[in-house]
Design a protein around this ligand. Structure first.
Ligand code: CO8
Length: 264
């Protein structure tokens, strides 16, 4: 299945969906149209049943850029009010990635700068090509990150590293991003798609509701204290006992066979 958009491409390989930002003329920079098409695509994929959508991959079209930031030509002319609206639009679209019940993997294939880095940070985790470059260069433009970067980068790499990256606006290569813990895996550019596909396939073999619940518990307990977080986790854990997949997964272990999960 492939839907028609102008600034993104959305296609699926079975239950694995690939959303590519597609603005080759601007290194895939995010303008209002990308944000609105992305929001529409995420809603569409988010509403599909488990058997049709199990993993979403976000990437950029072409070989040079994941997303080179928000569209500087569009934001240059914004008024203060419009800037709040634009920031909210990006933040809402990216927050949607956290709310989706399926894992979202960023396949970073080149520049992930500004809003592009923030998009990757909003995904569950990042796999990067060796040529990928990360950075939040907004202070060079007289701005600060506005799509969640000051919030999410500290959480990903710690406040001290985040401050240095944001105050200097430095661009770092994939290997350094990996060393900082921003990126899970770095692979040669030609192997990015197969590597992400292999990771997605591993997730497809696990119980869909359990993966979704694990994502929800990780995200929702992030800001809770340990007691509250553990209460939330125990309730989420217990909810899964209403699913057939718990019976199947445990029975398969006992019977020494491969589990056949149905997502129910
Ligand atoms: N916006 C608009 N156009 C862009 C962008 C961008 N972010 N990045 C690249 N382009 C365009 C260039 O203008 C150029 O177009 P043209 O050929 O018409 O001049 C084309 O893409 C190719 O780019 P370059 O020729 O510059 O390619 P290089 O290989 O020489 O350089 C770089 C690649 C290093 C990635 C360079 O393009 C660059 O520095 N880009 C800008 C990176 C940046 O600063 N990103 C942060 C933007 S601000 C942001 O993301 C804020 C997020 C929060 C917003 C909240 C709003 C309220």
């Amino acid at each position: 299945m492939s839907l028609e958009f102008q600034t993104i491409k959305l296609e699926n390989d079975g239950p694995v969906w690939w959303l590519s930002v597609h603005r080759p003329e601007a290194l895939n920079a995010l303008n209002s149209q990308v944000l609105s098409e992305m929001g529409e695509a995420l809603r569409m994929v988010g509403e599909l049943p488990f058997e049709s959508a199990r993993v979403l991959v976000i990437t950029g079209s072409g070989e040079k850029s994941f997303v080179a930031g928000a569209d500087i030509k569009e934001i240059a002319a914004l008024s203060e009010d419009e800037a709040v609206g634009f920031a909210h639009r990006g933040q809402n679209a990216f927050h949607e990635l956290n709310l989706m019940k399926i894992p979202v993997i960023a396949a970073v294939n080149g520049f992930a700068l500004g809003g592009g880095c923030e998009l990757a940070l909003a995904c569950d985790f990042i796999v990067a090509a060796e040529n990928a470059k990360f950075g939040l260069p907004e202070v060079s433009l007289g701005l600060i990150p506005g799509f969640g970067g000051t919030v999410r980068l500290s959480r990903a790499v710690g406040a001290r590293r985040a401050r240095e990256l944001i105050y200097t606006g430095d661009m770092i290569p994939a290997a350094e991003a990996h060393r900082l813990g921003l990126v899970n895996h770095v692979v040669p550019a030609a192997e990015l798609r197969p590597a992400v596909k292999a990771l997605a396939e591993k997730i497809l073999g696990r119980a869909p509701a359990a993966v979704g619940m694990a994502k929800k518990s990780i995200n929702r307990t992030w800001d809770m204290d340990i007691e509250e977080g553990q209460r939330f986790e125990a309730e989420s854990f217990a909810e899964l006992f209403a699913t057939q997949d718990v019976r199947e997964g445990t029975a398969a272990f006992i019977e020494k066979r491969k589990a056949q999960f149905k997502g129910e």
